[in-house]
Design a protein around this ligand. Structure first.
Ligand SMILES: Nc1ncnc2c1ncn2[C@@H]1O[C@H](COP(=O)(O)OP(=O)(O)OP(=O)(O)O)[C@@H](O)[C@H]1O
Length: 251
């Protein structure tokens, strides 16, 4: 049933010159799931998520959000989606409150609603509703948090977050975890990428392991890890360490 699937990816392919970054990714993210996309550096996580949300056009394949194709029906798909992209520049010569106002108005929201939600988000994320600092002068972790606030502002049904916990301090990470858990208990769906097993193991009910541009394992956390730790499965799937211990002897 299509409506049981929040994010459906079919045969996504992306090549950059000679690099095949993503080579045929199929993924169904169930509605209401907390879904972790794990993979080593360069596995193709950002490329996959960028294609999934309509930021990067795939060479082949489709992406649908609650049954709406992100390329054929972008307005409806993007109305349902909240996205925290990785490495995409924010309009950072604005304060946090101004950036949120800009996002809300671009989405056609009522100014009063934007104001009220922006104040609440800035407070909850400890960014300070009255803070006059420009986003360009934010720390890396604060930039993640304002990016997350922008993704949440319009009350999306599906959240796609690229490395949401990267550069975020432990207190803020706990805060973000709480917000996301509350969002999922309310019926939302979260898909996020990470390298960090503990975060995925703690939060997610579903996981996929991506390596060399393809999905190597996918399922519920219990299905994927079986009787082992997620880290053991990850290391086995990704290829593990090849160091003999004799390298860097000069160090
Ligand atoms: N714009 C680009 N031009 C050329 N190659 C690219 C581009 N974007 C990604 N790649 C290549 O595609 C592959 C997948 O990159 P991607 O950023 O999707 O991986 P990732 O899993 O998100 O990695 P990380 O965990 O390090 O962020 C890598 O080999 C990368 O060098």
């Amino acid at each position: 049933m299509i409506n049981d699937v929040a994010l459906a990816l079919h045969g996504l392919v992306k090549r950059f010159d000679t690099t095949l970054a993503v080579s045929g990714v199929d993924l169904n993210v169930p509605v209401g799931s907390f879904f972790g996309l794990l993979g080593p550096n360069g596995a193709g996580k950002t490329t996959t998520l960028s294609m999934a949300v309509g930021l990067l056009r795939p060479d082949a394949g489709q992406a649908q959000v609650l049954g709406h194709d992100v390329w054929a029906d972008p307005v409806e798909a993007k109305r349902l989606l909240g996205v925290l992209p990785d490495g995409v520049r924010l309009f950072d010569r604005l304060t946090g409150a101004e950036l949120l106002a800009y996002h809300g108005l671009l989405r056609g929201m009522e100014p009063g609603v934007v104001d009220q939600r922006a104040t609440e988000l800035l407070d909850v994320l400890a960014l300070g509703a009255d803070n006059r600092t420009l986003v360009v002068d934010y720390s890396a972790g604060m930039k993640k948090k304002i990016g997350l606030a922008c993704a949440l502002l319009h009350g999306p049904r599906v959240l796609v977050l690229d490395e949401p916990f990267e550069a975020v301090d432990p207190v803020s990470a706990a805060l973000i975890r709480d917000i996301l858990q509350r969002y999922v208990s309310g019926g939302g769906t979260v898909v996020f990428s990470s390298h960090v097993m503990e975060v995925v193991e703690r939060l997610c009910d579903h996981v996929a392991i991506l390596a060399a541009g393809t999905i190597k394992r996918v399922g519920t956390i219990d299905e994927v890890r079986g009787a082992r730790s997620l880290e053991d499965v990850f290391v086995e799937v990704v290829g593990g360490r090849t160091s003999t211990g004799s390298e860097l002897a000069w160090l």
